[in-house]
Design a protein around this ligand. Sequence first.
Ligand code: NAP
Length: 323
Amino acid sequence: MMRVIEIGEPGGPEVLRTAERDVPHPGHGQILLKIAYAGVNRPDALQRAGMYAPPLKASDLPGLEASGEVAAVGPGVDDLAVGDAVCALLPGGGYAEYAVTPAAHCLPVPEGLDLKQAACLPETFFTVWSNVFQRGGLQAGERFLCHGGSSGIGTTAIQLARHFGARVFATAGSADKCARCTELGAERAINYREEDFVEVLRAEGGADLILDMVGGDYIKRNVKALADEGRLVQIAFLSGPKADLNFAEVMTRRLTITGSTLRPQSDLAKARIAGELRRDVWPLLSAGIVAPVMDSEFPLEEAAAAHARMEASDHIGKIVLKV
Ligand SMILES: NC(=O)c1ccc[n+]([C@@H]2O[C@H](COP(=O)([O-])OP(=O)(O)OC[C@H]3O[C@@H](n4cnc5c(N)ncnc54)[C@H](OP(=O)(O)O)[C@@H]3O)[C@@H](O)[C@H]2O)c1
């Protein structure tokens, strides 16, 4: 048996409760991970609130990323062995002592990083890589606007975009958060409570790419902030998914509006993202060029407090659970 945090019923952080479950068995191509730390992500809070159902066959427990030691390997796994230290993207089930995941979704702990930092890599780096670089096609020299610049996603996107030569603009909700965004590589951070990001970007010629998790009235404003031929990649809708939009502007200015969610994608698609991260990004982590921004640590049993901190938006960077 293992200790887990399960969702009693949809609701606020208080519905997260400690329970016991059977330790899962790794199937073909999977490993069993003995979890040391689990990353906390906004989608976990959405799942807890009943707004983000786990995919079929995935664990119903929250938790999309973790680090630890390989405890067992299933048939067909030949590149990982019991005892290997890894961080892993999970289809769910990270708030537990053990979880199973495809071996192809595991990556080594980068040199110089500890297991706590490594737990915070997979969900954000897979999401940023697939949306900013693969889907969004960000190129060196382009103007990139990242909303939620101080989030786990934002702090990663700013660093990677800057490293690959983009001009980075970020929005955040306080002076402290804006300062952190510029330290991480944004040439201009916009406090959205005081300034209009549309005006700032238009004065620069418009954004070539926008990564947005806010939606709502930002959808229309993002379109205004885009340069001709610009791309908008939507990864969440914290302010709602609906907008009244004149699509003539999309047509005449040759804009692209797209988006994705990571979790329901095929194992193969996620393995491809893992392969590119291993080749193009993990060396940057090992060299200290890019690093996870750590906010706070909570014991597994205090997952509810971790969710409350995230939903209060007091954090900068990643929140982690110690298992
Ligand atoms: N599509 C995918 O596959 C995928 C995967 C992972 C995460 N996500 C999404 O990406 C987002 C970031 O995830 P995370 O785990 O990094 O969460 P997080 O750290 O909690 O980030 C959420 C951020 O949104 C900002 N925010 C909230 N309401 C806002 C508003 N009305 N206007 C502007 N900014 C607002 C907050 O910053 P301020 O305090 O500055 O407002 C906060 O930094 C979440 O929405 C999550 O659901 C999507």
